[in-house]
Design a protein around this ligand. Structure first.
Ligand SMILES: *Cc1c(COP(=O)(O)O)cnc(C)c1O
Length: 380
């Protein structure tokens, strides 16, 4: 069976983990945490990076940092992972879900403004498949209404928004904050893992405090305060050095990982071109305002029945393909809180999108089998 995903190991993980253990400091915010955070700050110009145990953690930190309170409203796409919404619901927010674009799962920016009310606090954008959202328009709307923007960049590592002047801006550096994931289904992994990026200078100090259980311990270690104490709310958001050591091995090999994934992505695009031209499927595409980090490759099967059929036929040929994201506005938990608007494009992607195997160790012959299987399954 060709798996859907296989976590990539660079070969250096155990060496760095052994080094972390030998150093005598295994808890968080040590040498490997600093190496990873500095890597991101230098490579992408992120103002401040804090490693977390997950992207979910980072989203929860963002919600605390924005002082989300019961009754506050947060705008985000419905077609996303649970944590994007759950982090804000935990603090009492009401979510106003936005539909996807007709031809891409990302949220339709033209629908945002009509959802803004005096209670709106933030817009959470999700760079689905790593593809940039129209960040210039989103930041303009947010500025005009004085809203915060959080980028859920869980899938968007090493990717860029291209503005109207052709300037590249790293995803994660544009909103007031951003969150990344190193879950083992993402491009760069540490098993479980994540990161909060803080760009708004007013949020920097408090982010460190929330990260360290509501204490000013980080400032204490820098020698800025004489003793550390409880100064705010927070939680245990920082990962151990074992996780950070694993992540450091991955970051050192980032160029190889990214290039290999892009090659696989492009081979799918090319290999499935004929099926697209004859109208059998659509494949994911990259708009001119985004670069491609090859986080995932999907096909649009057009109907739920067709997708079920394709999954079954792929399985019988030894290929494991999966779908994801049931629209959050119609989820069991949130449907009674949703305002009733029909979000047809989001539902379309919930029913029709199928992800193909994409991982660094995917063999050429195996990818050929995925492509040939699809060609043989779909009627001429
Ligand atoms: C993976 C993912 C998350 C959650 O990441 P974890 O690190 O597993 O918490 C959140 N949002 C999006 C868009 C994701 O793809």
């Amino acid at each position: 069976m060709i798996p859907f995903n296989k976590p990539f190991k660079t070969g250096k993980e155990l060496e760095y983990i052994a080094d972390a253990i030998a150093s005598g400091k295994i808890s968080g915010n040590g040498k490997y945490t600093k190496l990873c955070q500095t890597f991101f700050e230098e490579k992408y110009g992120f103002k401040k990076c804090l490693l977390t145990n997950s992207c979910t953690d980072a989203l929860e930190m963002a919600a605390i940092l924005l002082n989300i309170e019961p009754g506050d409203e947060v705008i985000m796409p419905s077609y996303t992972f649970v944590s994007t919404a759950n982090a804000f619901v935990l603090r009492g927010a009401k979510i106003r879900f936005v539909d996807s674009l007709p031809d891409h799962p990302a949220m339709d920016v033209s629908l945002i403004e009509e959802l803004i009310t005096p209670r709106t606090k933030a817009i959470v954008v999700v760079h689905y498949a790593g593809v940039a959202c129209k960040m210039d328009q989103i930041m303009e709307i947010a500025d005009r209404h004085q809203l915060f923007v959080v980028e859920d960049a869980a899938q968007a590592i090493d990717n860029y928004f291209i503005d109207s002047n052709g300037q590249k801006k790293a995803l994660g550096s544009i909103g007031h904050m951003a969150t990344f994931s190193f879950h083992d289904t993402k491009n760069i992994i540490s098993g479980e893992g994540g990161m909060l990026v803080v760009s708004d200078p007013d949020l920097l100090d408090r982010a460190e405090i929330i990260w360290e259980k509501g204490t000013n311990r980080t400032a204490f270690f820098r020698g800025e305060v004489a003793k550390y104490s409880w100064v705010d709310i927070g939680s245990s958001f920082l990962p151990s050095e074992i996780t950070a050591a694993f992540l450091w091995a991955q970051l050192e090999h980032m160029d190889h990982i990214q290039q290999t994934r892009i090659n696989i992505w492009e081979k799918y695009k090319e290999g499935l071109k004929l099926l697209v031209q004859t109208g059998q499927i659509k494949t994911c595409s990259i708009p001119d305002y985004s670069t491609n980090n090859a986080h995932l490759f999907y096909i649009d099967c057009f109907t739920l029945e067709r997708r079920d059929h394709i999954i079954k036929e792929l399985k019988s040929r030894g290929v494991w393909a999966v779908f994801h994201y049931l629209s959050l506005h119609s989820s069991e938990f949130y449907t009674s809180c949703h305002d009733g608007r029909i979000l047809g494009n989001s539902d379309h992607f919930s029913n029709c999108l199928l992800r193909l195997p994409l991982f660094v160790d995917l063999e050429k012959e195996d990818q050929d089998l995925v492509i040939d299987s699809l060609i043989s399954i779909l009627p001429k």
